[in-house]
Design a protein. Structure first.
Length: 126
């Protein structure tokens, strides 16, 4: 069965989904200023759970993008640790009860913005 989308269209759609997920993650955690903001309340724990779900979606989508582009595009931007992003997805999905909230907090506060910029740059290149 033939897809109604070309590989390029599919790749662009995946990048848009990643961009949207990053923006939602930033918005939903904008009031988290310290890792304890996740850990000291029920609402904080809900935000941590939601953040982990979005990180899973981002990592899985990056894996899908890499597959659709025959592993040719991500390697062009070496400033982003693509394999680590995909690895975070695996850790969260398979070892959920061992998640380090400090690591999730650090990813949200330090790694999302460079990733967002890289995703937007890729959209313009395709």
């Amino acid at each position: 069965m033939e897809s109604k989308y070309s590989r390029n269209e599919l790749a662009v759609n995946i990048l848009k989904q990643i961009e949207n997920a990053i923006e939602r993650l930033k918005e939903r955690t904008k009031d988290i200023n310290h890792v304890n903001d996740f850990l000291t309340s029920s609402s904080g724990m809900e935000k941590l759970d939601a953040a982990c779900m979005l990180l899973i979606a981002i990592g899985e989508s990056i894996k899908g993008f890499d597959k659709v582009t025959n592993k040719q595009i991500l390697s062009l931007n070496k400033s982003i640790p693509w394999s680590e992003i995909m690895g975070v997805r695996d850790i969260i999905a398979h070892h959920y009860f061992d998640i380090d909230a400090e690591e999730i907090f650090s990813i949200i506060k330090h790694d999302l913005e460079p990733l967002l910029l890289a995703i937007r740059e890729l959209q313009y290149k395709l």
